[in-house]
Design a protein around this ligand. Structure first.
Ligand SMILES: Cc1ncc(COP(=O)(O)O)c(C=O)c1O
Length: 381
């Protein structure tokens, strides 16, 4: 089986991830931040090591500003619900994943004003358009770094600069870019960065994080409860990351993520080069197949490691199922981002998405392209 669904979750994981998860269960076992015995202290250290590694990766000088979540969705919800209040204005785009779009729609019903800036048809976001929308009185600019359907990379720097000039905060959804693209939260002035641990970072499912920058003066948690700290107080502690980390942490997941981050620290350049190369091969190969329409930026343009396409008028889930029969694991349908499909004109039949990972070989890509080509000959007139 050729696995080309890394945009959903990366597979396989580096073997060290499995070893670290097993060791966390077998040899540490205890609850981090709860109890003073040696195993609990070791668990706390393992969590801190991972926090420091995440901070290092994203250019954050204070690791305690990284709060662990169970995925990117939880991180995005925490950021949006944590900083937006009725009467606030938020500027976003019309290509957001439902992880961003659904909480925004819910917040709109509570009196938050949601201003949606249209992205370009290929998924790029025109900074000028964003600048015009931001204006005075915007509390938050919330957008994806790359659409999970269109793949175009968004140029964050000018948007963040305009947001800050207007006194707004910036939330970036890096679900499709972190690990594949360098991101420096302090250099780019990103106030809130939400990311999964289980996609480009190569960690296990059940991991993710939210970075909360120093400009965010107050953030309300999504959940309240035990933090292992200040237990005598009725209120949730103000201090990060405790404020956002209620309940027992996912120690095996976090230990696995740590190992994945060590892997990336060692092999990151090769990983990024390989994913870029495989993505380019997919774009070239697919664009040569009659009946295939590629979504997103043109060949050679900057795109995240995913390529979505349609095959004539065929339903994308049927195409994905037929590719599965031919040994290619990929995703069809609406990819939790109906707005991006509306933009691409594929809301009716969705799109098929091929997304390589660091362990995808050139032969895997060839296999996938041959399978799409064979299917195109079969189903198209
Ligand atoms: C752009 C984008 N944002 C958010 C998410 C949600 O990520 P998670 O599944 O980790 O919650 C995804 C997942 O596909 C995504 O592609």
């Amino acid at each position: 089986m050729v696995y080309l669904d890394n945009a959903a979750t990366s597979y396989p994981k580096p073997p060290a991830v499995l070893d670290a998860m097993r060791a966390a269960i077998e040899r540490i076992g205890a609850s981090p931040g709860r109890g003073g015995h040696r195993q609990a202290i070791e668990a706390g250290r393992a969590v801190f090591r991972c926090r420091a590694a995440v901070a290092d990766l994203i250019g954050a000088s204070e690791p305690e500003r990284v709060a662990f979540t169970k995925n990117a969705t939880e991180a995005i919800n925490t950021a949006l619900c944590g900083v937006l209040r009725p009467g606030d204005r938020v500027v976003t785009t019309d290509i957001e994943h439902n992880a961003m779009w659904r909480p925004l729609c819910r917040l709109a019903r509570t009196g938050v004003e949601v201003d949606v800036v249209p992205a370009e048809p290929d998924g790029t976001v025109d900074p000028e358009r964003m600048l015009r929308a931001i204006g005075e009185g915007t509390r938050l600019v919330a957008l994806t770094h790359a659409s999970n359907v269109l793949g175009a990379l968004v140029d964050v720097r000018p948007i963040a600069a305009a947001a800050h000039a207007a006194g707004a905060l910036v939330l970036l959804d890096a679900a499709q870019t972190l690990g594949e693209r360098p991101l420096d939260v302090e250099g780019l002035e990103i106030d809130l960065l939400a990311a999964p641990g289980h996609k480009g970072l190569l960690g296990p499912q059940g991991t993710g994080f939210l970075y909360v920058g120093p400009r965010v003066d107050a953030i309300e948690p999504l959940t309240f409860g035990g933090t292992g700290s200040r237990s005598e107080e009725e209120q949730q502690p103000d201090v990060l990351p405790d404020r956002l980390e209620s309940g027992t942490l996912n120690l095996p997941g976090i230990a696995g993520l740590s190992a994945a981050l060590s892997y990336l620290a060692e092999h990151g350049d090769a990983v990024r080069a390989s994913v870029r190369q495989r993505t380019a091969e997919l774009v070239t190969g697919l664009s040569e197949i009659a009946g295939v329409r590629l979504l997103g930026p043109r060949e050679g343009a900057v795109r995240a490691g995913l390529v979505a396409f349609t095959l004539g008028q065929t339903d994308s889930e049927e195409v994905a199922a037929a590719l599965d029969q031919r040994g290619v694991a990929c995703r069809g349908g609406l990819h939790c981002a109906p707005q991006a499909h509306r933009k691409a004109g594929t809301l009716d039949r969705g799109a098929v998405r091929l997304s390589p990972g660091p362990f995808t070989s050139a032969e895997d890509v060839e296999t996938a392209i041959r399978a799409v080509d064979a299917l195109a000959r079969e189903v198209l007139p």
